[in-house]
Design a binder for this molecule. Structure first.
Ligand code: HEC
Length: 114
């Protein structure tokens, strides 16, 4: 009888540990939202989405998703545009580092809207 109770407790403990491990992996950051949690994606959400839309669909600023590569065949031209801004579009060279601008431009060309 005592042995059976111990067995039951052991089984419960093993199940509890298994559930705990599964939950650890289920909460792994990045599962499901890989694009939004990339460095460029986070910079975009914080600095660009207010005008260009969360998915680059356009709002105050023009649509970016799918249009920046034809508009700027050379990525360095898009970097220069974001550095300097134009009209309502602010210049970002003073608020973002060169590496951050490179990351966010890369994001608009590859992951934005996907
Ligand atoms: C205050 C609003 C605003 C913010 C914030 C903003 N933009 Fe813009 N953006 C604009 C406007 C307006 C234009 C159109 C400018 C023009 O052509 O005169 C534009 C144009 C652009 C273009 C050129 C699109 C094309 O097809 O010619 C790119 C690329 C761009 N923005 C990227 C970004 C990125 C990257 C960020 C964040 C780092 C950003 N913008 C933040 C308003 C904004």
């Amino acid at each position: 009888m005592f042995r059976r109770v111990v067995n039951a407790i052991e089984v419960l403990a093993v199940v509890a540990v298994a559930v705990f491990i599964i939950m650890l992996f289920a909460n792994e950051p990045g599962s499901g939202g890989a694009a939004a949690s990339s460095p460029g994606g986070m910079i975009f959400s914080a600095n660009c989405a207010s005008c260009h839309g969360a998915n680059g669909e356009g709002a105050i600023g023009p649509k970016l998703a799918g249009v920046v590569v034809p508009a700027f065949p050379n990525p360095s031209d898009e970097i220069t545009f974001v550095d300097h801004g134009r009209g309502i579009m602010p210049a970002f060279a003073t608020t973002l580092s060169a590496a951050q601008i490179r990351d966010v431009v890369d994001y608009t060309r590859t992951e934005l809207g996907k």
